[in-house]
Design a protein around this ligand. Structure first.
Ligand SMILES: Cc1cc2nc3c(=O)[nH]c(=O)nc-3n(C[C@H](O)[C@H](O)[C@H](O)COP(=O)(O)OP(=O)(O)OC[C@H]3O[C@@H](n4cnc5c(N)ncnc54)[C@H](O)[C@@H]3O)c2cc1C
Ligand code: FES
Ligand code: FES
Length: 1332
């Protein structure tokens, strides 16, 4: 160890201010800037993006790059200038154009991702003030947003592009229209309405003036240029950071501390410390060593210093590719292709080539290509330099090919390719960008000049073993062979023989991965054949035209969109903003990072941090809990268990702390309270729990059915005579559909601040919840105090989507118990992994159907059973099942219809509410059987949908009368405006000419129910105070989750009171101001709270009327003053009793819902049959919005929900082990859509209709769009069906959700899927299982 005595001064700048710690890092003053958000802690989401600027002495330039703060070690910032969102702009001083445009283009909803988005765009503009649309899309590739669906974010950033974006109304002949006349049919009346397309006004935007940006601190330039620079040493509590500035010193340190990691980008070291518990007492940071940053492209190749970031590597390669002849840059181009999608820009800017190579990760995207391209490593140590090949032996970790102690990678040499050589990089991941590959490969072949005789062949695969593996034996055997089909067959057999992936291999997807070995090889084979043909077309015939589609990956294009909505009546008073696309009330605060989330609240005196200890067994008896070691750690104050709950530990079937036994992996057994988050977490790891397994352990729905394990009784509705109808139909089909669950992935994890008050035993909680009343109930029950002593405050949540309806109550009570025990405030922030594990998500669903139909596609009878995997406690599973049963007919009238549903009790964490509440899962089953009927009748699914769709005023299966005219209109418009039939025809033409990529289309109709069948769950209250200066304080029971509820409430209050929205303030939701408020969910927020706000305002206006009548031309302020002088109360409570809905389950009938929302969506996708990738080309969404109070908010909800639905149905896959352990616990393993996944073209149209029951004739649109995302699933299934038909397979195959690359690939059966070895399921334990 270096001498512990001294520590150098760590100097860096944050937002132009110099920051220096004391003599030791532990005394580092907190900067306390809370704009930068923390959402994953592993570099995967971009919420914490900041801009790092460094001065380079080599080229005397300042480099600005984005970095994910969660992976940046403090000490690595020495000499850097950091810009956070606060340094970009502020509403208190000046909002930066990037922030302004993000807000005004409606690119923020919950706002939790917004600071990260701002920083990515801002950094791009610092480097490229006139970016291209492609640069914008690339810049946003590392930032996740769960709310908006990205389109408005991209749009806000492309407003900075110099080149105009292409008109979105492709081929229509109309361009950039702002208003258009549209024919609207209501009943038999045809009317012309104005249609608007402009959601914001570009003229309002401030121009970008790059000269106004802050300058780089001159002090840092002086520091960098200091000729007397020397090694720096920074000391922390347990670690020492050594930053050498010369190569010699680095090598000395490497020799002295052979175990110390060289921290370059920290993108491997950091996550390993955090998630694998690696500990290092010493770190060596060689970032300042100039020899690591050299670049030399003269001679036979390029030599790149190991210190180059991957982004710098990419820039260097681009420059080389632009200068050198193509034949020399095969390897460079292959690397560039993978560098475009490897992680996101912040990681690419932090991670270094040396770190990447030295890590030798199995999923490395670059190493297989470098190996195939015969790269070499220059190693250096105190003892000298040597070169080793970056080959199979190195990558597989052979001892003789390893770095020796004391050695480092100095640089990597990449030889130029030659004329008769081809090099490719190939990969397939769960999503196209910012996702580790499932399998990747680097391949190279070199021919004898002028021939197709193989002289040298290299194949390296990642993702199929613990290291990158080489198919060296196969390659050697093929030397001398011709590059032809026979060689390919042998190569395939050889690879399968050589690379063995055991059936239970970690990561699962075994058969898929085996298939990818061959698919990627085949793609390479075709590319080389094409390349040979290009070199000598006479000698080497080109590949068949239909095969060319196998050559290219899907391009990444900048998405664009068109939104159409009703225009506001020009006679509407100017100050009345109802109907206008008003910006989110907190949009600017989101974009400047000034919107305060719970964890942004300043520390409360004496506060403690809480960390959880969760069960590692699915069903077991707790034998003992040993807390001694944890309690002995520094800073630890208490370990809290079930024994510490003064009141009810079990409340309404839910359990706070496990007691006696655990019933799922992830159940909270105890919590640890400590003075810092790090101490609490460290101590939590030290708690030892002994278990004894209990049988049975039930994980899947099938196992639950075997054990008759249910959470609640069956629900059923039935109409007609199902059995009789089955006897009179032309055909009957039966099937089963599995829909897996979904993680909410709200960007702000569950966060609670619980503050105990000694006086009167009060407990105050601040948290992001959809249901403060529920939190109050659970906390009161847990502490055994009246609810009146519990105050819950909720200002905003960073996304919720149903995940913050019930779970915050449980977690709030857990925190309150800890606060009660310790007598100190508790800050409880769930880490992403814990949040995913503990709070569960959407219910996995199994649907079994039997459907009877006529030859013309008319469905006469359906008998459907649904089972959901509810998990270990009731939560809202019974309600979900009721919704599934009531909503599952979707848009179809089936005269003889029986539907049953049941919630299964399993040993998984308890699943809960999620946007759409069962509907998005159940209706997949419905659309699957409709699709199956179509296939049997040789009809398009759209034809069968239309035949069976509700047509006139009808009754649902539970006998509620409704009028489906808007449904028919959405359907018709969708088919027409999307040019479905023409595009379907074009797709067929495309498919005939394309063997390996197939195009599919689907149009899906929707009848979505709003509200709940229980009247009292729809009541709402509001409180409105008018102050003597005329300002208004508005409070209501609804929670702002990003959905724009408060924005709409301001619009309502503004209209009712006749004052501009600027007069009205909306602060927070609280149990103190509005008691007993129901949950904000079910798309009802605006409906019910709007009515309550309206009521309160109308009461006040009624009181003011006599004054206004006496002084009609007076001002608002005068009326208010006068009212006070006349002793008229200026405060009123508004109330809405709720819609009078009901459902009688015994009679199987009721007026269950106040109204329906209708919609239709058309999606067009391409699939890659060889890799399983898909690309969403276009989506057209038509939504019956009735009258939209705020089209920007409503369109935002529709687009966001659609993209979230797309995620559910395609990329998002939760993986459970057979023992019930959730494998997917972070951004690394769970893939929500990124900007790359959204439709290239997204058209959204709000159709106008009437809805007299709701406020201003509006409709609740928060959830409906999720299901429309299934149009993507069915478009994929259409494409897969085409591929299968072409291969002579029976078309009817089981649709399932999600349609992952694995599912797509394995469904597109071909010679490669036929070749791979299959395993007998009874002979092994799979790594993961399907739980639906
Ligand atoms: C969110 C995220 C997404 C990612 N996505 C991808 C992806 O899609 N594809 C992919 O291939 N990779 C991906 N990665 C992995 C990433 O490429 C590697 O983590 C990165 O390249 C490592 O470089 P680094 O500079 O950060 O290494 P560090 O973490 O700083 O160091 C890693 C290791 O390398 C050693 N080391 C570093 N430099 C040298 C040297 N010069 N000589 C000897 N040893 C050295 C260190 O001692 C340490 O043991 C991802 C990582 C993250 C965090
Ligand atoms: S990337 Fe840092 S919090 Fe997600
Ligand atoms: S606005 Fe992007 S995560 Fe909520």
């Amino acid at each position: 160890m270096p001498s512990p005595s001294s520590s150098d001064e760590l100097i860096f700048f944050v937002n132009g201010k110099k920051v220096t710690p004391g003599p030791f890092l532990d005394s580092f003053p907190p900067v306390r800037l809370t704009g930068t958000k923390f959402a994953c802690g592993e570099g995967g989401c971009g919420a914490c993006t900041v801009m790092v600027s460094r001065y380079s002495t080599t080229n005397q330039e300042i480099r600005h790059y984005p970095a994910t703060a969660c992976l940046v070690p403090l000490c690595s910032l020495h000499g850097a200038a950091i810009t956070t969102v606060e340094g970009v702009g502020s509403i208190r001083t000046r909002v930066h154009p990037v922030q302004e445009r993000l807000a005004k283009c409606h690119g923020t909803q919950c706002g939790f991702c917004s600071p990260g988005m701002v920083m990515s765009i801002y950094t791009l503009l610092r480097n490229h003030p006139d970016p291209t649309p492609e640069q914008v899309t690339e810049a946003l590739g590392g930032n996740l947003c769960r709310c908006t669906g990205y389109r408005p974010i991209v749009e806000s950033a492309t407003t900075f592009c110099a080149e105009p974006t292409v008109c979105p109304v492709k081929g229509s002949g109309k361009c950039c229209l702002e208003e258009e006349e549209e024919e609207e049919e209501t009943g038999s009346v045809r009317a012309r309405r104005k249609v608007c397309t402009k959601l914001y006004d570009k003229d309002e935007f401030q121009p970008l003036d790059p000269s106004q940006e802050p300058i780089f601190p001159p002090e840092l330039i002086r520091m960098a240029e200091d000729p007397d620079k020397r090694r720096l040493t920074f000391r922390g509590e347990r670690t020492t950071w050594l930053a050498p500035v010369t190569l010699m010193d680095l090598l000395e340190l490497r020799a002295d501390f052979p175990q110390a990691p060289l921290v370059m980008g920290n993108t491997t070291v950091g996550p390993d410390m955090k998630f694998k518990g690696d500990f290092h007492p010493v770190f060596i940071s060689p970032l300042g060593v100039p020899e690591l940053c050299l670049l030399n492209s003269e001679g036979d190749g390029v030599t790149v210093g190991a210190g180059h970031s991957l982004a710098q590597l990419s820039d260097a390669l681009k420059s080389i590719v632009s200068k050198q002849p193509a034949e020399k840059t095969e390897t460079c181009r292959a690397l560039l292709k993978h560098l475009r999608t490897l992680a996101g820009p912040p990681i690419r800017n932090m991670a270094t080539l040396g770190g990447h190579v030295a890590t030798r990760a199995t999923i490395s995207d670059l190493n297989p290509i470098l190996a195939a391209g015969k790269a070499t490593l220059q190693l250096i140590s105190k003892d000298g330099e040597r070169q080793i090949p970056l080959d199979g032996a190195f990558l597989e970790g052979s001892p003789e090919a390893n770095l020796k102690p004391g050695e480092i990678v100095l640089s990597v040499s990449i030889p130029y390719s030659t004329q008769w050589q081809f090099v490719s990089g190939l990969r397939q991941a769960q999503r196209q960008e910012n996702a580790m590959a499932i399998v990747n490969a680097g391949m190279s072949v070199r021919f004898e000049d002028g021939t197709s005789t193989i002289r040298d062949l290299q194949m390296f695969y990642g993702g199929v073993g613990p290291t990158v593996v080489s198919a060296s034996r196969t390659c050697a055997q093929l030397v001398g062979r011709q590059w032809d089909d026979q060689m390919l067959s042998e190569a395939c057999r050889g690879v399968l023989d050589e690379i063995h992936l055991p059936p239970g291999a970690k990561g699962g997807q075994v058969e898929f991965r085996r298939t990818l070995l061959l698919s990627l090889l085949f793609k390479f084979y075709l590319r080389v054949r094409r390349g040979l043909s290009r070199l000598d077309p006479q000698k080497f015939p080109d590949i068949p035209e239909q095969y060319t589609s196998a050559l290219e990956d899907f391009p990444i294009v900048t998405p664009r969109g068109l939104q159409m909505f009703q225009c506001v009546d020009p006679r509407q008073p100017l100050q009345d903003s109802v109907g206008y696309p008003v910006m989110h009330q907190a949009g600017l605060k989101h974009a400047t990072g000034e919107a305060v989330f719970v964890d942004d609240m300043p520390p409360v005196g004496q506060e403690l941090f809480l960390a959880v200890v969760t069960s590692t067994r699915a069903h077991a008896k707790i034998i003992s809990i040993d807390t001694a070691e944890a309690l002995a750690l520094p800073g630890v104050v208490s370990v809290i268990t079930a024994e510490d709950v003064p009141g009810e530990n079990h409340h309404n079937g839910e359990i706070l702390y496990a007691q006696g036994e655990v019933i799922c992996v992830g159940q909270i057994v105890c919590t640890v309270a400590a003075d810092t988050h790090a101490h609490a977490r460290e101590a939590a790891r030290k708690v030892k729990i002994e278990y004894e397994d209990i049988e049975p352990r039930i994980i899947t729905i099938e196992q639950a059915l075997e054990h008759s394990s249910f959470l609640s009784p069956e629900r059923k509705i039935e109409q007609g005579d199902v059995e009789r109808a089955f006897r009179h139909v032309d055909q009957i089909i039966e099937g089963e559909v599995h829909v897996e669950g979904q993680e909410h992935f709200y960007m702000e994890t569950q966060t609670i601040l619980a503050v105990p008050r000694e006086e009167d035993k009060e407990m105050v909680l601040h948290l992001g919840t959809q249901y403060p009343t529920h939190v109050q109930e659970f906390v009161a029950a847990a502490l055994n105090i009246p609810r009146s002593r519990v105050a819950c405050h909720m200002r905003r949540a960073g996304g919720a989507f149903g995940g913050k309806v019930t779970k915050p109550a449980l977690l709030g009570a857990v925190a309150a118990v800890a606060a009660n025990k310790t007598g100190r405030p508790i800050r409880f922030v769930l880490e992403r992994g814990d949040d995913m594990l503990i709070t569960a998500g959407r219910h996995p669903l199994l649907g079994r159907y039997k459907v009877g139909f006529m030859k013309n596609g008319l469905i006469k009878a359906a008998d459907v059973e649904f089972y959901v995997n509810g998990g270990c406690t009731p939560d809202e599973s019974q309600l979900v099942v009721e919704y599934v049963v009531l909503k599952s007919e979707n848009a179809y009238y089936i005269p003889n219809f029986r539907c049953r549903g049941r919630a299964c009790r399993t040993n998984l964490p308890s699943n809960t509410a999620f946007r759409g509440f069962g509907f998005p899962q159940a209706t997949v089953v419905v659309e699957a059987y409709v699709t199956a009927v179509a296939s049997h009748c040789d009809l398009l699914p759209e034809e069968v949908r239309e035949i069976n769709m509700y047509k006139r005023t009808s009754q649902t299966a539970y006998k509620q009368t409704f009028h489906p005219e808007p449904l028919r209109r959405c359907w018709k418009e969708c088919l027409e405006q999307s040019s479905f039939h023409a595009r379907k025809q074009a797709a067929e033409d495309f498919n005939r000419q394309s063997r390996w990529k197939k195009r599919g289309l689907a149009v899906i109709p929707m009848k979505y129910t709003i509200g709940v069948p229980i009247a009292y769950y729809q009541q709402a209250a509001a409180l409105v105070h008018i102050y003597l200066d005329g300002s208004v304080l508005l409070t209501h029971g609804g929670c702002e989750l990003g959905q724009g509820l408060h924005t709409k409430m301001l619009q309502v209050a503004s209209r009712e009171l006749g004052v501009p929205t600027s007069y009205i303030h909306l602060s927070e939701t609280s149990t103190v101001t509005v008691p007993n408020a129901v949950f904000t969910a079910g798309s009802m927020g605006t409906d019910i709270n709007g009515k309550a706000v309206q009521n309160a305002c109308q009461i006040l206006m009624a009181r003011l009327q006599p004054i206004i009548r006496r002084n009609p031309h007076g001002k608002w302020e005068e009326w208010v003053k006068k009212a006070f002088e006349e002793s008229i109360s200026l405060s009123a409570t508004g109330y809405f009793r709720g819609y009078q809905t009901n459902m009688d389950w015994d009679k199987e009938q009721g007026d269950a819902f106040p109204y329906y929302v209708y919609g239709a969506a058309c999606a067009e996708v391409d699939i890659d049959c060889l890799s399983g990738a898909h690309k969403l080309l276009r989506a057209d969404i038509f939504m019956d919005a009735a009258f939209s109070i705020n089209p920007a908010v409503d369109i935002g909800q529709i687009e966001g929900a659609f993209v979230q639905g797309m995620g559910l149905y395609t990329t998002e896959e939760l993986k459970y082990s057979p023992e019930g352990v959730l494998h997917s616990q972070g951004t690394n393993d769970y893939k929500i859509p990124t900007v790359t996944e959204i439709p290239e073209d997204l058209h959204v149209t709000l159709l106008h209709s009437r809805n007299p029951v709701a406020i201003y004739s509006s409709k609740g649109l928060g959830e409906a769009g999720v299901f429309l995302g299934s149009s993507v699933l069915f478009a994929i299934s259409d494409a897969v069906a085409t591929a299968r038909r072409e291969r002579g397979l029976k078309e009817n195959f089981a649709v399932r959700s999600p349609a992952t690359p694995e599912w797509i690939r394995m469904a597109c059966v071909d010679q490669f899927t036929d070749m791979i070895p299959r395993d007998d399921p009874s002979t092994f334990t799979p790594w993961s299982i399907c739980v639906s």
